[in-house]
Ligand binder design. Structure first.
Ligand SMILES: [Fe+2]
Length: 378
């Protein structure tokens, strides 16, 4: 059993104002390269970073489900500028892109050359990750997910040197997050916690973080969705829950929910959190024979008082369906996915690296059944 997170975590409301000191305390040289997206610039959040430094280069072209061409373009720039530290500012896409760009800064070639585990020759540049959504967990994990648009595949680039050196987690950065993004990224965090707690590689250590994340997320997500601007306690709860869930799944794994969500996202460019929310209850139904006891424990954490484990697990699944409904998560049909693509989606889901971690063995045919069930009930 092993638990490894080398990231130094700074957590606190308003802590972004201390970024300069944090950079000075952690890095010897600090020519900075900021990787972010246009939305973060427009929202004014980027100013909180830019105003603290005189010389900082900005790459703001990261898109949803970051694409390999975009990352490679940023890689060309970073090799020319030769910064000391890459700051990732944004949701999971910006943080994953920052981690990939840091790898390209010290290694030749393109990002697709580094698909898999530990393929880099030199350790990537230091990354300072600043999440602005409440779902990714990428600020404390070793993986960067980059979409190869020609292969229509989400590549995982990971390794022990890919953890951000520093994570600055400031719940106040959520104040301007639109409610639909609170909902979808919060449901991503919930999926991380549930999968981390139920997958085969789960350990005593990851259980501690997963249980705590579940507690935090169940008690804060709905409140955060309703009033992220003024409900400070909910904001802190969901942000903390998101990072703690990252600590859990980063050391255990995710399971079939992420496998199918990534398959759909690689072809249709759907928001990761929305796709996870749609499939979460259906994968849980499939997993029941293998994960009933764990689901019953999660039900208790979610406030469901029921002694019969089967009933408790069923009630948890219903609770998650109604939570998605309350949060106005779009339905499967609204994603406008063609049914004739289901076999391809099932195949891609099955090929996902995390598929073997799922608590119950899932075949390609099983994924097809899950897709069809989710579609017919949406
Ligand atoms: Fe996720």
């Amino acid at each position: 059993m092993r638990f490894h997170v080398p990231t130094r975590i700074y957590f606190g409301s308003g802590i972004i104002s201390q970024l300069k000191e944090i950079v000075e305390d952690n890095f010897k040289d600090f020519r900075l390269f900021l990787v972010t997206d246009q939305g973060i610039l427009d929202s004014g959040i980027a100013d909180k970073v830019l105003s603290q430094f005189q010389n900082i280069q900005v790459f703001d072209k990261v898109e949803q489900n970051p694409k390999f061409n975009t990352v490679n373009r940023a890689g060309d720039i970073v090799r020319e500028i030769k910064p000391d530290v890459v700051i990732g500012l944004g949701g999971g896409s910006a943080l994953d892109a920052a981690k990939a760009v840091a790898l390209l800064a010290t290694n030749p070639g393109s990002i697709e050359d580094y698909e898999g585990k530990g393929k880099y020759r030199s350790p990537p540049l230091d990354v300072l990750a600043i999440p602005t959504t409440c779902g990714t967990g990428s600020e404390v994990t070793w993986v960067s997910v980059v979409t190869h648009t020609e292969r229509m595949f989400k590549m995982s680039i990971k390794g022990p040197h890919m953890f951000p050196a520093v994570a600055l987690v400031d719940p106040d950065l959520l104040v301007t997050l639109p409610p639909p993004l609170v909902a979808s990224t919060g449901m991503d965090a919930l999926t991380h916690a549930i999968e981390a707690y139920t997958v085969k590689p789960a350990t005593y250590f990851t259980d501690i973080f997963a249980r705590e994340a579940l507690q935090l997320i169940f008690s804060s997500l709905e409140r955060a969705y309703k009033d992220i601007k003024t409900d400070k306690e909910a904001r802190e709860g969901i942000m903390l829950g998101s990072t703690v869930a990252g600590l859990a799944f980063g050391n255990s794994d995710v399971g079939a929910v992420h496998c199918v969500a990534e398959a759909v996202g690689s072809i249709y460019d759907t928001p990761h959190g929305v796709t996870n929310s749609i499939f979460l209850p259906f994968v849980m139904e499939f997993n029941l024979p293998a994960a009933k006891d764990r689901y019953a424990e999660i039900a208790r954490i979610a406030g469901i008082e029921e002694k019969d484990k089967n009933v408790a697990a069923e009630r948890l699944i219903q609770k998650i369906k109604s939570l998605s409904h309350t949060l106005n998560i779009p339905s499967f049909r609204e994603l406008d996915i063609q049914k004739d693509k289901f076999p391809e989606l099932a195949k891609k889901s099955f090929q996902n690296n995390s598929n073997p971690s799922n608590p119950r063995e899932v075949s390609e045919e099983d994924y097809l059944v899950i897709l069809e069930k989710a579609f017919s009930e949406s």
